[in-house]
Design a protein around this ligand. Structure first.
Ligand code: MN
Ligand code: MN
Length: 297
């Protein structure tokens, strides 16, 4: 099974601390230890390992769903063998991996690494609207002359899949040219300030309305959507973010049987003492349980 050649399957720690057979799994997790376009604080290449370690050391009960994560059938594929410095090739490998996972009727769970890898997942899925939880819009045309930068990922997604297939949630950090582009193209977004004002339920209703015409939905969590108080270990921390509970509550509102997969990206564990990796693990646990509950796995 799978493009085995892309994988370094030698992690001493499996996500969640256990390993299930691929054939018997519903979810397939893989890490992408890639941070070549990081512009401020590199280190998200160490994200997958830190998140695995944290995941093996937290409790597994999900109060939101009444499911124990230990019952979730998740296979940890290991990490993608990335080519540092070669973004196009890494994105291509992500695409092929996601294609393989959905071909075997399983749900991809990608752990970054920097945000550009989401483009590969969307290309592999082809039919999904992306809901990007992020402090940033990631809609620059290029960044430091690179069109495949983490700061451009949602612009590329919009160009390839159309403005109707991109929703930005929790944004608060941008600049003049990007705002002009967003307004001109009528991009759907809700800021962190708005989320804190109206609360998760109304935010979820607003997102669901936008998703009403979508066939499939892909959730991308850039951990810097959270306030640095909750997630200090990220590449580009940005004040005035939402809380972990608000993030999970909003996600809980929008998950339904259309979810095609999700990712958690931009954890750079060297900038904190483990908080962000633990939080990322919890986010993965909860989203898996929410999906399992919604489709009755
Ligand atoms: Mn991002
Ligand atoms: Mn971001």
């Amino acid at each position: 099974m799978m493009n085995g050649s892309f994988y370094v399957d030698d992690h001493p720690t499996r996500f969640g601390g256990f390993k299930r057979e691929y054939s018997k799994s519903d979810f397939v997790l893989f890490g992408v230890p890639f941070d070549s376009t990081s512009s401020y604080r590199p280190g998200s290449r160490f994200g997958p390992a830190a998140i695995r370690e944290a995941s093996a050391n937290i409790e597994t009960w999900s109060w939101r769903t009444g499911i124990d994560f230990e019952e979730i059938k998740l296979h940890d594929l290991g990490d993608l063998a990335v080519v540092h410095g070669d973004v196009a090739e890494t994105v291509r490998r992500v695409k092929e991996t996601v294609e393989d996972i959905i071909l075997s009727k399983k749900i991809p769970v990608m752990v970054g690494g920097e945000h550009i890898i989401t483009l590969g997942a969307l290309r592999g899925l082809r039919d999904s609207t992306v809901v990007s939880f992020d402090a940033h819009f990631d809609m620059r045309d290029d960044y430091l002359s690179n069109k495949l930068s983490h700061a451009c990922v949602m612009r590329r997604a919009l160009e390839e899949f159309g403005v109707k297939n991109v929703v930005i949630v929790g944004a608060r950090a941008t600049y003049k040219d990007e705002i002009e582009y967003i307004k001109k193209n009528d991009v759907s977004y809700i800021t962190s300030h708005q989320i804190m004002r109206v609360g998760p339920k109304e935010t979820g209703a607003w997102i669901k309305e936008i998703l009403s015409g979508s066939k499939r939905v892909y959730i991308s969590v850039d951990m810097d959507v959270l306030d640095p108080a909750y997630a200090p270990g990220v590449g580009n921390p940005e004040p005035e973010g939402i809380s972990t509970s608000a993030l999970l509550d909003v996600i809980g509102e929008i998950i339904d049987e259309r979810v095609s997969g999700f990712d958690v990206v931009e954890v750079a564990p060297t900038y904190d003492s483990g908080t962000t990796a633990v939080t990322a693990s919890k986010v993965i646990y909860e989203i898996c349980c929410m999906i399992a509950k919604s489709i009755g796995l």
